[in-house]
Design a protein around this ligand. Structure first.
Ligand SMILES: [Zn+2]
Length: 238
């Protein structure tokens, strides 16, 4: 939920409660599957209403109130509001339900757990997912390189390029890329005097070489990555 949700919440609740009167008790939920349900076997009757209605206008709330008290079909204005606002409940942090970890060949879940257990300490909180296949680009603007992975510090999220979800890429290489991205969480970037930000600092590179089989994997990468990815020049992960 948005941090400012409480403000909306009390307003929405009060509005809805005013429409319904004392015969109904309104409870806000995070439910996306059932955005509104009414239990009339209680006294007062209990309406469970999704928090997406925090963002509803007065008319939608009024119609929602009529639906809750009167039953029947969901009013069109409420329906269209739900369609429009359903993504507002998508978890932004800590959720993880919508992150795709299982690929066609590799499952990033166990891979991340293994790498974390081996090289880092404490509970694994960083989330991980396969990236989306990039849309084919027009020939002129063809990509000249790909990133194996990225680390998003704000979301504490590692994203791995889907081209690595391929049987010709050894699992050790996927593990190495996961390790590399996790290192970005541990080793902060350095800002030089001229304002340039460097992510692959000396410290970062020293730690990177601690990955088991690092030299071999770098060799494999140079020799094979073209065949595996069937792509234009590749640069090291970002
Ligand atoms: Zn990097």
């Amino acid at each position: 939920m948005e941090p400012q949700g409480d403000l909306f919440e009390s307003f929405t609740l009060r509005q809805l409660q005013d429409h319904l009167g004392a015969d109904f008790e309104v409870i806000l939920t995070n439910n996306r599957g059932t955005v509104v349900s009414v239990d009339r076997n209680r006294t007062p009757a209990r309406a469970r209403v999704s928090r997406i209605f925090n963002f509803a206008d007065s008319e939608t709330i009024r119609q929602l109130g009529l639906f809750i008290s009167g039953g029947g079909r969901l009013p069109a204005v409420v329906k269209s509001f739900i369609h429009e606002r359903a993504p507002a409940l998508t978890p932004r942090r800590g959720g993880g339900a919508c992150l795709r970890t299982k690929g066609a060949v590799y499952d990033l879940g166990p891979i991340a757990a293994k790498v974390w257990r081996r090289y880092f300490s404490g509970p694994l909180k960083t989330r991980i997912m396969w990236g989306k296949h990039p849309n084919p680009r027009p020939k002129r603007a063809r990509r000249r390189s790909i990133r194996y992975g990225t680390y998003d510090r704000d979301r504490d999220l590692v994203t791995i390029h889907p081209a690595l979800d391929c049987a010709r890429v050894p699992v050790e290489f996927v593990e190495y890329v996961v390790y590399h991205e996790m290192l970005h969480k541990i080793v902060p970037p350095k800002v030089s005097a001229d304002g340039a930000v460097r992510f692959h600092t000396r410290e970062f590179k020293a730690l990177e070489r601690l990955f088991e089989g690092y030299d071999m994997l770098m060799k494999w990468q140079q020799e094979n990555i073209w065949k595996s990815l069937a792509s234009a020049p590749v640069r090291k992960s970002g």
